[in-house]
Design a protein. Structure first.
Length: 337
C-alpha cells in the first residue's frame, strides 16, 4: 500500500454539458468546504461538453475561489473514462467523488477525516444523509419513488460491512470516498478488460463503474459503509424529475447490476444460472405484465414492470445470452434505451 501522498483528499467533479444552476451550486459548496488541517486538490473533469467548461464565466468565477482546482478535459465520452482520467492524476490518499449535481455539507471533508482515522479498514465511505432537491418540482404521484431512485437516504447510525453481495449500508456514487490506491487498481483491471461497465455515456443511463469501485474494495478485504455524519444534497432538475427519465434510469441501473457483480465476483455465475428465467417464461410474463400496466393509472405499476424487465434482462446480459425477441420489442415499445 502506498503510504506517502502529496494530498490528503482529491475531490473529483465530473461533468458533461452541465446545467449552470447545478454546477454553480456544486462549485460554491466545494469552495466552502472546511479544509482546516487538510491538504486538498479539486479536479473538475469536462467530459467532452459541447461548450468547454473552462470557457464558462460562472465556472471561472467559482473555481478561482477553490484551492488547488484544475480543469481536466477528457474527450472519450462516458463517466467511466472521466473518472479514470481523474484517478490517474489524483495526488490524494483518498479520492472523493462529488457529482456536478451534488452539494456537500461544509464539514464533509472533516467528517471523512474522522471516519478514515477511526475505521482504516473501511475502503469506501458514502453519505448517510442524502437530501434530494427537486429544484423545478416533481409530480406528487411519483415523488416517493423519485426520491428513492435519486438515492435519498437517512441512516441513523454509522454502518459498514464486508459482505460479498450488495448491502443496504453500501454507498452509492454520490459523495463516494475511496482509497486512491484501490481506484488505481480499478483502472488497471479496467484496462485489462476485466471491468467493462461503461457508466453513463451521453444519453444512455446505464451505470456500474461506481458500484464496481465499491465492490472492488470488498473483494480486497476492505469494508464499505455510510455515516450520518456525511451529508449531501442531490440536486435534480425538471428534465430528470419525470416518469420517462425514471423508467429509463431504472432500466439502465437494473440491466448492469448483475454484470457489475459478476465481473468482480466470478464465483456468482452458478447462482445466476439458477436464477435465469427460461426464454418462453420470460417472454410470457413480460408480455402479460406489459398488457396489464400499459393503461394503468398508477405510475408505480410501470416502474414495477421496468424493474421486472431490467432484473431479468440483467441476468441474461451478465451471462452473455441474447434477450428473447418479445422482450426486445417490449423494451423498444417502452423507449427504455
Amino acid at each position: 500500500m502506498k503510504t506517502s501522498y502529496d494530498k490528503d483528499y482529491s475531490i473529483v467533479i465530473c461533468t458533461y454539458n452541465p446545467d449552470e444552476r447545478l454546477l454553480a451550486r456544486c462549485l460554491k459548496a466545494v469552495s466552502g468546504l472546511d479544509r482546516e488541517g487538510l491538504r486538498t486538490e479539486v479536479i473538475l473533469v469536462d467530459n467532452n461538453s459541447r461548450t468547454p467548461v473552462r470557457s464558462l464565466a460562472y465556472v471561472q468565477e467559482h473555481t478561482k475561489d477553490i484551492p488547488g482546482c484544475q480543469i481536466l478535459e477528457v474527450k472519450e465520452q462516458g463517466v467511466k473514462y472521466a473518472r479514470m482520467a481523474a484517478i490517474e492524476k489524483a495526488l490524494g490518499k483518498f479520492i472523493v467523488y462529488i457529482d456536478y449535481d451534488n452539494e456537500p455539507a461544509p464539514g464533509y471533508l472533516q467528517e471523512l477525516k474522522k471516519l478514515n482515522e477511526r475505521f482504516p479498514q473501511v475502503g469506501a465511505w458514502g453519505p448517510g444523509h442524502v437530501y434530494v432537491d427537486f429544484i423545478d418540482g416533481v409530480d406528487r404521484k411519483i415523488e416517493g419513488y423519485a426520491r428513492m431512485a435519486f438515492q435519498e437516504r437517512h441512516d441513523a447510525d454509522t454502518e459498514f460491512s464486508t459482505e460479498r453481495d450488495w448491502q443496504h449500508c453500501y454507498p452509492f456514487g454520490t459523495g463516494l470516498c475511496t482509497y486512491t490506491f484501490l481506484l488505481k487498481e480499478y483502472i488497471q483491471l479496467a484496462l485489462q478488460g476485466r471491468f467493462t461497465q461503461p457508466g453513463r455515456t451521453g444519453a444512455a443511463l446505464t451505470s456500474g463503474e461506481d458500484t464496481q469501485m465499491v465492490l472492488l474494495c470488498i473483494s480486497k478485504g476492505y469494508a464499505a459503509g455510510v455515516s450520518p455524519a456525511l451529508q449531501m444534497h442531490h440536486i435534480i432538475p425538471r428534465n430528470r424529475a419525470n416518469r420517462k427519465y425514471l423508467q429509463r434510469l431504472a432500466w439502465g441501473t437494473g440491466l448492469c447490476y448483475e454484470s457489475c457483480m459478476l465481473e468482480v465476483f466470478p464465483e456468482r455465475k452458478p447462482q445466476l444460472l439458477r436464477r435465469l428465467m427460461a426464454e418462453a417464461k420470460f417472454s410470457r410474463q413480460a408480455l402479460k405484465r406489459t398488457i396489464n400496466t400499459t393503461w394503468h393509472r398508477n405510475p408505480m405499476k410501470k416502474f414495477e414492470l421496468v424493474r421486472f424487465l431490467s432484473i431479468n434482462a440483467g441476468i441474461y446480459t451478465a451471462l452473455n445470452k441474447p434477450l428473447p425477441a418479445t422482450v426486445v420489442n417490449i423494451v423498444k415499445f417502452l423507449n427504455l434505451q
